[in-house]
Design a protein around this ligand. Sequence first.
Ligand SMILES: [Zn+2]
Length: 214
Amino acid sequence: MIANPKHLAAAQRRLTTASRCYARTERGSAGRRLAADRLAKLHARVGYLRQDALHKLTTDLARSHGTIVIEDLNVAGMVRNHSLARAISDASFGEFRRQLAYKAVKFGSTLVVADRWMPSSKTCSNCGTVKTKLSLGERTFRCEHCDLILDRDLNAARNLVQLVTTSVAGSGPETLNGGGATQKTQHAGRQAMKPQPRTLTGSDVDRQPAMAAT
Ligand SMILES: [Zn+2]
């Protein structure tokens, strides 16, 4: 489990103060230039911290694991949910994937991208039973069939691991190579649902940044 460092949230109070300061200055004044400069520096700092933490994490993952499985998250759809937008943008999922893709090539690791429609959170990683409903608020996965009780994200991550460990030769999920080219193959029995036009529902946001490395 890797916590979201939440650099933006940590800097939010100083950012709010700085932008209020800026708003109080007069147009064209020296004070305004100073306040704008201060605000820009704070924003830049959040960016540097975020980028630095992300690079350390992706390098570490690509260097120390032969296979990495990530989920193809509907980031655009998730960001449309206003209560999640800020935290998701702060975690920079898109950049995370971009870095992992080229670093996997660099360090000789395989990056596997699980289909966006795979019900990774709703599936029991022990018996394979798929729940019909799992709200975002339910942080613990409880299987009614085999009584498994496990952290929601850990359960999802274990399902992602199974995607590669149970894969039969010639049938596997989408593998991403460094050029960004995708080689798409269908995993037997894992084809969940047909893609449909998106509207934001609970199941959209139930895809937390689950990730597994073997
Ligand atoms: Zn179960």
